[in-house]
Design a protein. Structure first.
Length: 230
């Protein structure tokens, strides 16, 4: 049986081309075996990033560099592991060494299986679904506490998936990454609006300019705009 490894990274910022890791935590979904490490980024952690994950320069000053941590992570990962993250697109961007492995994205899975939730952040889903999560004494947006939430969320979503889709786990990866239309705009001036209610002019702008976004959102906007132009 292939191991599912729930993983989360904390970083100096949002752009993998400009920013780097400050923490990596991974945990086996079934056994609870874990890998944990701070990362010395070699640069000062911006205050705006510390305000999110509460990791400071002094906490990582004696930690190994990125290359060492990734090497240790690769040694720890079980053979044929499936990675799982909430918004896997973000974590994969900061982990190119394992980005080509199979991944489960609980954000995509939740959007598909839980269409009536108000939004899909990890902590929102934790409370919306009443998940019982041990945060390990850490605040949200530390890698270990975020993995705890994602692990509980994955357990919930797998139960929904099996009952609603009536399919085996071996089909899950294909199901996660199939195109699924986005119902509501997740950010920006039209955040929360149904895609069908957004003005055509803005959809035209978004179709031309929103390129670095989730592929489902990009395709949903393009298809809605094309439909109106027919």
């Amino acid at each position: 049986m292939r191991s599912i490894i729930v993983i989360d990274v904390e970083t100096t910022g949002k752009d993998p081309k400009l920013d780097t890791l400050v923490e990596v935590y991974a945990e086996d979904f079934r056994t609870g075996a874990s890998f944990s490490s701070f990362v010395n980024p070699g640069v000062q952690i911006p205050a705006s990033a510390s305000a999110v994950h509460h990791i400071t320069d002094s906490m990582v000053s004696d930690s190994p560099d990125r290359s060492t941590v990734i090497g240790n992570l690769l040694e720890w990962l079980p053979d044929s592991a499936i990675l799982c993250a909430h918004n896997a697109r973000f974590d994969r961007g900061f982990l190119p060494e394992i980005s080509e492995l199979d991944w489960i994205c609980t954000l995509r899975l939740a959007r598909r299986l839980l269409p009536d939730v108000e939004s899909y952040g990890n902590q929102v889903l934790r409370y919306a679904l009443g998940l019982d999560v041990d945060m390990r004494g850490l605040p949200p947006h530390r890698a270990q506490s975020d993995v705890a939430v994602t692990r509980a969320l994955l357990d919930h979503l797998l139960c929904v998936y099996r009952s609603d889709v009536d399919s085996s786990l071996c089909d899950l990866l294909a199901y996660v990454w199939e195109f699924f239309p986005v119902r509501r705009m997740p950010f920006g001036k039209h955040k929360g609006s149904k895609i069908g209610d957004i003005p055509t002019g803005w959809l035209s702008w978004a179709d031309d300019n929103l390129n670095d976004v989730d592929s489902d959102l990009k395709r949903t906007i393009s298809e809605e705009y094309a439909r109106r132009r027919r």
